[in-house]
Design a protein around this ligand. Sequence first.
Ligand code: NAD
Length: 266
Amino acid sequence: MSTNGGRLAGKVALITGAASGFGRAAAVRFTAEGAVVGCADVDLDGAEETATLITEMGGRAVPIQADVASGADCERMADTTAGEFGRLDVLFANAGVAGVGSAVSTSEADWQRVLDINLKGVWLSAKYALPYMLEQGAGSIVNTASVGGLVGVGEILPYSAAKGGVIAMTKQMAFDFSPRGIRVNAICPGTVLTPLVTATYEERAAGEVDPGAAADEALQRMTQKYPIGRVGTTDDVANMALFLASDEAQWITGSALTVDGGYTAL
Ligand code: NAD
């Protein structure tokens, strides 16, 4: 497959959470549109698998092991990507974990872990990518938030606090850096059956008599809440990331765009 032309031709992208789900789908989609990709994830084997997929497409990728909750790792993932490919045009700050619990049942340790990865990790990813973009006078940052940061979803307190924070932080970063050529937007996806979501349902159903059946039933109920009649796919989200990363979105900044089959329209 030729990757010379396309909507991201000549661009260098860094994707976090690139070992799985939206991150892997975006890595493949960005490659098909001409980008070269730094594939960062705490799961090095998975990041390497994504990089192999890209190589098999005729693209170029560098796998990077990085925990986005660590400033040193975030600095290294930006430096490695820019060092390998000479610049940094796009950051898809997408890595995240599930965070189940109500205001009563959430432990302080869970709160801290989820906020460190899902909120602080998005900030740290930008903190070390931005200097490259500022030097170039151009860049696009796409943060993965969630419908859980916009509306009540139920018993995902630390997760929703982090995702609401990502939306607020996206707007602040857009305010600060758009005058210097860097657009910053957030995507708010609805349910897509990635390992993160399966883990959420399994954790919630753990106390039930038949946890497998309870998780399946809860997922069925969830699907019925989507006006479009299905949950999403990883490509539904990767397509939005691609659009926001590309110059087609050159007048869009500070936005939190839902990709949710109408879930938040109800
Ligand atoms: P996923 O589990 O398939 O992928 C998440 C990836 O993030 C994994 O590869 C994991 O190893 C990585 N990761 C976890 N902690 C990390 C860390 N500390 N440092 C670096 N990488 C880390 O899940 P996904 O659904 O593709 O999730 C991607 C993003 O989308 C997350 O931010 C998630 O909160 C968000 N999201 C998912 C859904 C959904 O329904 N799947 C909906 C809304 C938002």
